[in-house]
Design a protein around this ligand. Structure first.
Ligand SMILES: [Zn+2]
Length: 167
């Protein structure tokens, strides 16, 4: 006759584990919901801050038309028009006047009043350097003001894609 040992019924153990897991899942679900709602709130805050940056800095309305766009082709069309408006609003001066010994002209960014990284040279090579500054191409530092409008369109495009279930 085999020795009987006092062990708990394995079924009871499993049920207890299951209940504990179920509680843990419920807790994680609640936590996740909380994080999602605080993430939504932060996302809204960021969107408002971007609008504020554009409102404060773009006094001439050069970036107008960016609100409400949620389509990639709209983004491309808006970018092209906005870049041309900003370039046309710039005040290019001979490079020498801007501290550069090169040829051609340079201009400050009409949106952020920024210059390329060199401390002694003012503005951006006009017009291509200014264009690159606005679009953030070939440079690690995109114009913060242009980017605020740009990113708010990108956010709406992403939100639309999520709503459509990743389609
Ligand atoms: Zn700028």
């Amino acid at each position: 006759m085999p020795a009987t040992r006092s062990v708990r019924n394995p079924r009871e153990l499993k049920l207890a584990d299951f209940l504990r897991l179920e509680q843990e899942v419920a807790r994680l679900k609640a936590e996740n919901k909380e994080l999602a709602s605080s993430n939504d709130w932060l996302d809204e805050e960021l969107a408002m801050s971007r609008n504020t940056i554009v409102e404060l800095m773009d006094i001439r309305g050069l970036l107008d038309g960016y609100r409400g766009l949620d389509d990639h082709s709209d983004l491309t069309a808006w970018r092209a028009k906005a870049v041309e408006r900003v370039v046309n609003a710039a005040d290019p001066k001979p490079a020498l006047q801007m501290g550069d010994f090169g040829h051609g002209e340079r201009a400050l960014c009409p949106l952020c009043r920024g210059s390329a990284s060199s401390p002694s040279v003012r503005g951006f090579a006009f017009p291509e350097g200014l264009r690159r500054h606005l679009l953030g191409s070939h440079t690690p530092h995109q114009c913060e003001v242009f980017a605020a409008a740009d990113k708010s369109i990108i956010r709406r495009i992403r939100a639309k894609v999520v709503r459509m279930g990743g389609a």
